[in-house]
Design a protein around this ligand. Structure first.
Ligand SMILES: NC(=O)c1ccc[n+]([C@@H]2O[C@H](COP(=O)([O-])OP(=O)(O)OC[C@H]3O[C@@H](n4cnc5c(N)ncnc54)[C@H](OP(=O)(O)O)[C@@H]3O)[C@@H](O)[C@H]2O)c1
Length: 341
């Protein structure tokens, strides 16, 4: 077999604040042939996700940071080029965690074969992948909404938020949210069936906007952004309300710790529950969740939106779009030809 060269984006410097192009380098390395139990993959799509910002910092978290000089981590969809792993053959399409590179060797037991008849390939990184599963488990298993309750979700048009809103509607809830542009708000209202949604950048006082969107209060606040939106939602929580802490993207690039008022007494008044979670906590239930969401897609009850950027070399600049709200739905980099397109 001829040598395969992989183009990789490595972390060159630890960013301070918003990452800059100079924080990354692109290098080329020759890959060995796959060993026993391994596959050689050609990356088709790379997922860009907010959590990657935390992986660039050398701080204690739920996972080790990316070491300087190492390939940036990330979920990918790839095509098997060569296989020494049972059950995987050239041409198979798989979801894995190969990182920001165009070829990779992965252990066969760390890839998931994708059923290409289920939905378009990109959904393996979006609504039927990590963000979709985050929405499903975060809402159903952590937030535990009952029908007729009000669910409020921030970053409502995003990969996680849009799925949360639609699942909450499927479960019979009243759904409200906020997003960062009028186009995103219209999408939530007109295409996703939200009952209320506002543009948090232009709505004025967030407490007034949230109260208008949730006249009966909030039973489940699905937190994606943190900061002022979360603190505002605490005030509107109904008795026994729940706050599902999924992410706090508004502070991922913060260089100083924000001093916030101590709002915890409100949880006593409301006998409320706040719980953080990681999508990986629910790994043993991903497959039934994915099957249920695939069924909702087939029934026309669950939809999604994607922003696809061309070229691995554009991943570092595209990544920052997540923090400026320039992505509309799941942000994906097209790294190589899609054999299903
Ligand atoms: N716990 C877990 O296991 C887990 C797993 C996946 C994701 N997450 C978290 O879920 C959240 C959403 O992730 P996603 O992949 O679905 O991203 P996304 O919503 O598709 O994209 C990020 C969006 O966040 C909004 N945003 C960025 N900066 C903001 C700010 N300062 N204030 C308010 N909104 C801001 C922007 O939308 P607007 O234009 O609307 O402002 C942006 O488009 C993130 O916090 C992420 O870390 C957690």
């Amino acid at each position: 077999m001829s040598t395969t060269t992989s183009r990789e984006v490595v972390l060159a410097k630890r960013p301070r604040g918003l990452p800059k192009p100079g924080d990354f380098e692109i290098r080329e390395v020759d890959l060995p042939e796959p060993g026993a139990g391994e596959v050689l993959l050609r990356t088709v799509y790379l997922s860009l996700d907010p959590y990657m910002r935390g992986m660039m910092d050398d701080t204690e978290s739920y996972d080790d940071p990316v070491a300087l000089g190492e390939v940036m981590v990330g979920g990918t969809v790839g095509e098997v080029v060569a296989s020494n792993a049972g059950g995987l053959a050239p041409g198979d399409l798989v979801e894995t965690y190969a990182g920001w590179r165009d070829h990779a060797i992965m252990p066969g037991d760390r890839v998931r074969r994708i059923d290409r008849n289920l939905a378009p390939l990109t959904t393996a990184l979006g609504v039927l992948g990590m963000p979709g599963l985050t929405a499903y488990h975060g809402l159903i298993d952590v937030g535990r909404p009952r029908s007729d309750e009000t669910v409020f979700v921030s970053a409502a048009s995003g990969a996680v938020g849009a799925t949360v809103g639609q699942i909450a509607k499927i479960k019979g809830c009243r759904v409200a949210g906020c997003a960062g542009s009028d186009g995103k708000v219209a999408y939530c209202l007109d295409e996703l069936g939200f009952d209320a949604c506002f543009n948090y950048k232009t709505a004025g006082n967030p407490a007034d906007a949230m109260r208008r969107a949730c006249p009966d209060g909030i039973d489940v606040y699905f937190e994606n952004v943190g900061g002022v939106m979360g603190r505002t939602a605490f005030d509107l929580l109904n008795t026994h309300g729940r706050v599902t802490v999924c992410g706090t993207i508004s502070n991922y690039n913060a260089t100083e710790v924000e001093m916030v008022p101590d709002e915890l007494w409100k949880f006593i008044v409301k006998r409320a529950r706040m719980e953080g979670f990681l999508v990986t906590d629910f790994e043993d239930r991903h497959e039934p969740a994915r099957a249920e969401m695939a069924r909702w897609i087939k029934e026309g009850r669950l939809t999604w939106r994607e922003t696809i950027v061309d070229g691995l070399e554009n991943a570092p600049t595209a990544f920052n779009d997540l923090f400026a709200g320039r992505n509309f739905g799941k942000l994906i980099v097209k790294v190589g030809d899609d054999p299903t397109a």
